[in-house]
Write a new protein. Structure first.
Lengths: 255, 255, 255
């Protein structure tokens, strides 16, 4: 199985699929080609939240704002999973999550080889062939091929952690989903449902709910989302608009 | 074969795919993840129009504005097809259409089981595992598993029928497609092509055409669309804008 | 393998998939269903750039603004590839590109048969069944079936060629991608990197770069894109907006 993730929209992902299918008959599964464009941080978040649900697979990831520069192409092995993409940090949070879940270590390799055909589309010219080759060689032994050179200095990326306080937490916005739900880095267990039906988000009193449908259509609400974090939402509306929040903005929760 | 339909956009459908692929190696086919958001009525229309073209399959459907409430999760068997989704009516029109086409009855089951991991993403935590299990158990015998409990009171949903008149019909807008074509509930055979080249839609005279290309670019037209219903369109333009119509609006056709 | 390309958005492509899967268990690969709407020229460009990366396959293409008129439905064989779609020119550039690459000839056939169920959705009613049948019959012998009648007068379509000059080239915009990159018909080897760091595009001095990251975020730049042509872009921005260019507009390059 080989999954594909990118910020390419359409139709560039199809060129990657063609290149891959020339080299392997792996099952291809599109994760998303609408990841927020050129946004390594959001891509890293979504991959961490989604890829661990898959059975063992090679995961091709191309969100690559510095394509064509000296940034390396890398492949990482985490147990029975492999990740292939640019060395810009985008693969690190999902690699760590997979490692935690499977008690595996992360082994990282630089992908070497001939000069790519283009300086602007390494998804097609570098990453797709490499991912296909990792699949064909096998996740457990692709590094037997000399194109994959072990490295110990991949570019790191971590999400900021919320600061827990006695009366809540100081966090920030990690991501905003297609529905407009604002996903914070505040752990869901901070929310104390016993004490109150409303809490303060950035000094504004907001109702707490287990489900969107508990409140009226259009009402803003605080909930614990499917990622286990505190989320700010509006029933059948957009939380990002109602709360006027963007990725990286501060979120103060008080209860 | 297992088809997937939702209003999730991206990348949530990928989490469902991962969960499914952990449980079955069924062929997955995306129907759409861009169904009109939180809109049970439109989803019910599109599923009724599209799913019957498929060979026997398990069809996973998640358009679920009341996720996390007491609304049930259900699976329905209609001949060799199975439908899995929320008990909010979204599955009923396609179930009836499949039953008509294959002379089968509709058997409905509540899906029971452990508490889901989230209260906001039952697509991933309830429906995807259930659909995978229906596929693995087999459409003809999944109800041998005690998690699937027969029920006879699924939430119903039907589309309004147009009222036929001697000089036309009084109907309404059922759906609007991505092209902006306005799909009404007026049966196509109401259109009397022999009598006139133009008819009145909401008191406005409009040309009748068999194909978009019969009229000039930008001209509004009335035609019989691919669903067999009267549609209002604009050649290489948007019918919904030209006719100022939304889903549910009245459409009076006079000829 | 059977690839699908259209300008249908969602959910009409799923009806085509259902029809195909009733007739064949071919691997289906979505190329794009977001090709620029009703735009034969852009579709022809993207298909020419993407389909040749695929291994031998049947390629279903539906960008069909004159659906329902007398325009023919055609299938073309180019070596081990087959193309199925409307006879409006959209298949010709990719057919020629495949022929060049594989040293094959292009054989074209009109698709004949019963009256389609609709006059507006030949993707579902004509092209999908024909593509499935070409796949089932085999690319090397589908024309043994009498529904495929050889023709020698397919509708032609070619892209305009840039006019090379001593100090640059006069070309035009062929396509604009999802990132907003403006793809011209000026061959990349016209760009003389040795002479200058900046050239004139429509009398405006613009920096030349091998990669987007060479310049500052928001800076316009000229580069050789992944299609081998001169492209006008903005790092992490939209070239079409910065250069105020649309498809078909003139581009004068002077250096």
């Amino acid at each position: 199985m080989l999954t594909l993730s990118s910020d390419f929209g359409s139709p560039y992902p199809a060129a990657m699929k063609g290149v891959i299918l020339q080299r392997t008959d792996a099952r291809l599964v599109d994760v998303s080609h609408d990841l927020p464009r050129q946004d390594v941080r959001s891509a890293a978040f979504w991959l961490r939240e989604v890829l661990p649900y898959f059975p063992p697979a090679v995961h091709l990831v191309v969100v690559d704002p510095t394509v064509g520069t000296e940034r390396r192409a890398i492949a990482a092995r985490v147990g029975e999973h492999a990740l292939v993409g640019p060395d810009n940090g985008v693969l690190r949070p999902v690699a760590r999550r997979l490692a935690e879940r499977t008690d595996a270590t992360i082994e990282t390799f630089a992908i070497e080889g001939e000069e790519p055909a283009s300086s602007t589309f390494h998804g097609r010219d570098v990453f797709a062939p490499a991912a296909a080759d990792v699949h064909q060689l096998g996740v457990d032994q692709f590094d037997g091929d000399e194109r994959f050179r072990p490295i110990d200095d991949p570019v790191e990326f971590s999400f900021p952690e919320a600061e827990l306080r006695e009366d809540g937490a100081d966090g920030e916005v990690l991501a905003i989903d297609d529905f407009g739900n604002v996903i914070t880095n505040i752990p869901g267990d901070v929310l104390d449902r016993s004490s109150a039906d409303a809490i303060a988000i950035n000094d504004r009193a907001i109702g707490v709910a287990d489900t969107y449908a508990e409140l009226g259509v259009g009402d803003p609400l605080v909930t614990v989302g499917s990622h286990g974090n505190v989320e700010l939402a509006v029933r059948e509306g957009r939380g990002d608009v109602a709360f006027d929040l963007e990725i990286g903005d501060d979120v103060e929760l008080r209860q």
